[in-house]
Design a protein around this ligand. Structure first.
Ligand code: PLP
Length: 380
C-alpha cells in the first residue's frame, strides 16, 4: 500500500472483533479478566499493553515502513527509553543543533549515570569517525535540525554506523514519515514527538519509536514496560485520528511554509531565512534526495539582529500564536533563545546560530494570504 493509504489503514485490520467499529474503541481499562490464571486474550495490564495503544503502535510502524512500533507518554519518554538500553561508560554521538529538551535529558540526566555525549555538527558525516571509539554505542540524529534547519545525510551516517556496528536513531519529528523514512535510509530506530505533526492538533503530548529488528524491539518493549512511561488510551485514540490526515496536513504545511520562506527572504526587515527548500541552503541537495518536500518549519533572524527587534515582531503577530511547540494545524511563532532552547548555555547555542534575534515559525494550514499579511505587518 502507498503512504496515503497506510496513513489511514496501516495496521488497522481486525481492530474491533466485537462490533467491527471502524475506529478502535478507547479501552479505558487498567486490567483484563483472565479465564484461568495466565489465560487471557493477549492483554493483562495496561502498562504492558492496551488494545487502543496497540492499534496506534501498529499505525505508526506502518507509516514509517517499520515492523514494531512503541508509544510513550511523551517524545522525551521515548528518547529516555532508547538511552536506558545503554550502560555506564557507553558513549553517544549526537547532532550539536539538538532539540533543547533532548539536550537537557542527555546532559543533565543521563550524564549523571555515566553515559558520555559528544555533540558534533553532522553536515559532514565523516566527522563522526573522529569521535567513534570502543565505547560508542549510539548515534543520535535530528534532521532537519531544530531550529536551524540543517539537513543531515541519514544514508551517509548509516553507512558509518553499520561499519562500526553502532545503533543509529533518528528523531523524525520535524519531517514526519510523510517526508522522510529513516528506516528505509538505514537507521535502526526512528523516534517521534507525536505531540507535533502526528497528533497534529496541539491537544496531546506523546512519543513513539519504530524499529525493524525483533531483538531491538524486545529490548525497547522491556524498557517501555519496566519504566512505564506509557500513554493513556484516550490519547492514543487522538494520535491515531491525527495520523489519518497526516498526508493532507503535511502537504499544506509544506506549501504554506514555502510561500512564507520566500516572502521572508524578500522582506527588507529580515536577515537570514533558514528553510531547506532554498537552492542556496547548504544542504539543499541532501534535502531534495532524502525528503519528498521541505516541511512546515521556517526560521529567520531580524535584519536589526537584536533581541528587542525579535520581541517586537513576535508581540505584533496576530494569526501566528506566540507559543512553544509545533506541528499543529495552527501557525505558531517561537523565540528559541528564551523558549525552547533556553536550557542550552548561551555560548553553546550561539555557536550553532541560535542567536537572540532568531524566530522559529511552525507554519500552519490556515489561508496563506492571512499568514503572509500577518508576518508583513509584524515586520514592518
Ligand atoms: C518536541 C520535540 C521533542 C520532545 O517531545 P515531547 O513530546 O515534547 O516530549 C523531541 N524532539 C523534537 C524534534 C521535538 O520537536
Amino acid at each position: 500500500m502507498k503512504f496515503n493509504t497506510r496513513a489511514i489503514h496501516g495496521g488497522q485490520q481486525n481492530i474491533d472483533p466485537a462490533y467491527n467499529s471502524v475506529m478502535p474503541p478507547i479501552y479505558q481499562t487498567t486490567t483484563y479478566a483472565q479465564s484461568a490464571p495466565g489465560v487471557h486474550k493477549g492483554f493483562e495490564y495496561s502498562r504492558s499493553g492496551n488494545p487502543t495503544r496497540e492499534a496506534l503502535e501498529k499505525a505508526i510502524a506502518s507509516i514509517e515502513n517499520g515492523t514494531y512500533g512503541l508509544a510513550f507518554g511523551s517524545g522525551l519518554a521515548a528518547i529516555d527509553a532508547v538511552l536506558k538500553m545503554l550502560k555506564p561508560g557507553d558513549e553517544v554521538i549526537c547532532t550539536s543543533d539538538l532539540y533543547g529538551g533532548s539536550y537537557r535529558l542527555f546532559t543533565k540526566v543521563f550524564s549523571d549515570f555515566g553515559i558520555k555525549f559528544h555533540f558534533i555538527g553532522m553536515e559532514n558525516a565523516e566527522d563522526i569517525e573522529n569521535v567513534v571509539n570502543a565505547q560508542t554505542r549510539l548515534v543520535w540524529v535530528e534532521t532537519p535540525t531544530n531550529p536551524m534547519m540543517n539537513i543531515i545525510d541519514i544514508e551517509a551516517i548509516a553507512r558509518i554506523t553499520q561499519n562500526h556496528r553502532l545503533l543509529l536513531a533518528v528523531d523524525n519529528t520535524f519531517a514526519t514519515a510523510y517526508l522522510q523514512r529513516p528506516l528505509d535510509l538505514g537507521a535502526d530506530i526512528v523516534m517521534h514527538s507525536a505531540t507535533k505533526y502526528l497528533g497534529g492538533h496541539s491537544d496531546v503530548v506523546m512519543g513513539s519509536l519504530v524499529v525493524n529488528d525483533k531483538k531491538l524491539a524486545d529490548k525497547l518493549y522491556f524498557v517501555q514496560n519496566a519504566s512505564g512511561a506509557v500513554p493513556g488510551p484516550q490519547d492514543c485514540f487522538l494520535v491515531l485520528r491525527g495520523i489519518k490526515t497526516l498526508h493532507v496536513r503535511m502537504q499544506r504545511h509544506c506549501e504554506n511554509a514555502k510561500a512564507v520562506a520566500h516572502a521572508l527572504k524578500a522582506n527588507l526587515n529580515v536577515g537570514q531565512v533558514y528553510w531547506p527548500g532554498f537552492e542556496d541552503h547548504p544542504n539543499h541537495e541532501i534535502a531534495k534526495r532524502q525528503m519528498s518536500d521541505y516541511g512546515g518549519m521556517v526560521s529567520f533572524t531580524t535584519k536589526a539582529g537584536t533581541l528587542e527587534s525579535a520581541v517586537k515582531t513576535l508581540k505584533k503577530l496576530k494569526v501566528f500564536t506566540l507559543a512553544e511547540s509545533l506541528g499543529g494545524v495552527e501557525s505558531l511563532a517561537g523565540h528559541p533563545t528564551s523558549m525552547t532552547h533556553a536550557s542550552i548555555p548561551k555560548e553553546d547555542r550561539e555557536k550553532t546560530g541560535v542567536v537572540d534575534s532568531l524566530i522559529r515559525l511552525s507554519v500552519g494550514i490556515e489561508d496563506i494570504d492571512d499568514l503572509l499579511t500577518d508576518l508583513e505587518q509584524a515586520l514592518n
